[in-house]
Design a protein around this ligand. Structure first.
Ligand SMILES: C[S@@+](CC[C@H](N)C(=O)[O-])C[C@H]1O[C@@H](n2cnc3c(N)ncnc32)[C@H](O)[C@@H]1O
Length: 401
């Protein structure tokens, strides 16, 4: 592991700082020919006798993708790519080193355009580099590797021959696409213990597609920088701010003032007995079968202390297609195994939020969390846009008299 750490550090050191003839003398020599084998400085200037001399590191072959855009060619049998990718796939490593692995042209381009900082790009053909913003990739170490090697380490069904190690992006510092910002809605999503990477990626993609303003991930959710989440997210990471690893106490500080938090709840009190996945989730206890499905002022508790017998707040339930989305609004999606947490229900109760039920045919169990998120978010979007249009139309009406 220590050796892997050294290999990693050597690879991620800034270009000029590496002792691999990356200095001015090397660059001048390179200008004369696009591809040359350079001898390291140490092998030319060592004062020791040949017997005393340490083994020189292998010569580095370099090339230029464009004037001034130098890359290094990995020698046959070079195992750095494998090592780096293996490391970057481990959450512990990502957390400790604050690095993430991104794959594919589209994702890497999105990341660069959002201002993510590349450390090393592994590519199989120079053509890949030409499709990326040159000013941004000049900051990285560029390493040409065989396509076969990328294929071995790739997470994609059809590998594209491009992998990048980036500094872990800070959502507060990224710049999101103008089209995304222009269509962003006062609609937020809170993921409560979503553990499946495919589900989380799909949820993030839906949140970006619906125009969510922000996505909050509670502690217990899978790491959004896990390769499978990135793959399912299809670029959502660089379109919508994602705030990970939140404990429930800090969720409210990440929400706009005056927000109403609703929960997507698969526990339908109107469903015939045996058609719910009771009694595993906390929501099961909160939703008394006697609770009216239609929201009523009496059924909606206004304060956190209005809790049911099990210490879990009671929330009014309604179908997701009935009126609920008022700006700003957030929706909580429960985890695959345990559903909604008590903390989620408490937060919803403290904001006067509701339980939103997607009715399903008797005999069908709960929906997949990503499917439920998609349905509720796009309905939220429809309601917000409809309300906005109503207000617009009202303002356009001629003033009487
Ligand atoms: C797979 S379900 C959770 C099932 C879990 N075993 C339970 O009993 O609560 C994951 C989440 O998706 C959402 N969900 C699933 N089906 C839903 C439905 N019919 N209506 C509203 N939300 C639903 C809820 O947020 C739920 O917590």
């Amino acid at each position: 592991m220590a050796a892997l750490g050294r290999a990693w550090r050597a690879l991620l050191r800034p270009r000029g700082a590496r002792g691999d003839a990356g200095g001015r003398r090397g660059v001048r020599a390179l200008r004369r020919s696009p591809v040359r084998v350079l001898q390291p400085e140490s092998s030319r200037e060592s004062p020791q006798s040949p017997a005393e001399r340490p083994q020189p590191p292998p010569a580095v072959e370099r090339g230029a993708a464009a004037p001034g855009l130098w890359y290094e060619k990995a020698a046959p049998g070079d195992r750095r790519l494998g090592k780096v990718v293996t490391l970057a796939k481990s959450k512990k490593f990502r957390d400790n080193h604050k690095k993430v692995l991104l794959e594919g042209h589209r994702l890497i381009k999105d990341a660069l355009e959002a201002g993510a900082v590349p450390q090393t790009l592994f590519f199989s053909t120079v053509g890949h580099l030409k499709l990326l913003p040159e000013a941004e990739i000049k900051r990285a170490s560029l390493v040409k590797v065989k396509f076969e090697d990328i294929k071995t380490w790739s997470d994609l069904v059809t590998p594209q021959g491009l992998l990048g190690i980036f500094s872990k992006p800070d959502p507060a510092k990224l710049s999101y696409p103008a089209a995304q910002l222009a269509t962003s809605l006062p609609l937020l999503l809170i993921c409560d213990n979503i553990r499946d990477p495919g589900n989380l990626g799909t949820i993030l993609r839906s949140a970006a597609g619906a125009g969510c303003q922000k996505v909050l991930l509670t502690k217990g959710c899978v790491d959004p920088w896990e390769p499978k989440v990135l793959r399912a997210g299809m670029g959502a990471h660089f379109r919508v701010p994602i705030v990970p690893n939140l404990d429930w106490e800090s969720v409210p500080t990440n929400l706009p003032a005056g927000i109403q938090v609703c929960v997507a709840d698969n526990n339908d009190p109107d469903a015939p007995a045996g058609n719910t996945s009771l009694p595993r989730g906390a929501a099961s206890a909160a939703a008394s079968p006697k609770a009216p499905l239609k929201s009523s002022p009496k059924a909606a508790p206004e304060h956190e202390d209005e809790e049911g017998a099990a210490g879990i707040p009671e929330l009014a339930a309604q179908h997701y297609y009935e009126d609920w989305a008022r700006a700003p609004v957030a929706v909580v999606i429960g985890g695959e195994t345990h559903g909604l947490s008590v903390a989620a229900l408490r937060l919803a109760a403290s904001t006067g939020g509701k339980r939103l039920i997607i009715p399903v045919v008797p005999g069908v169990d709960s929906l997949n969390s990503a499917v439920a998120a998609g349905i509720v978010l796009f309905e939220g979007k429809r309601q917000l846009l409809w309300r906005h249009k109503q207000e617009d139309d009202r303002q356009k009406l001629p003033v009487p008299g």
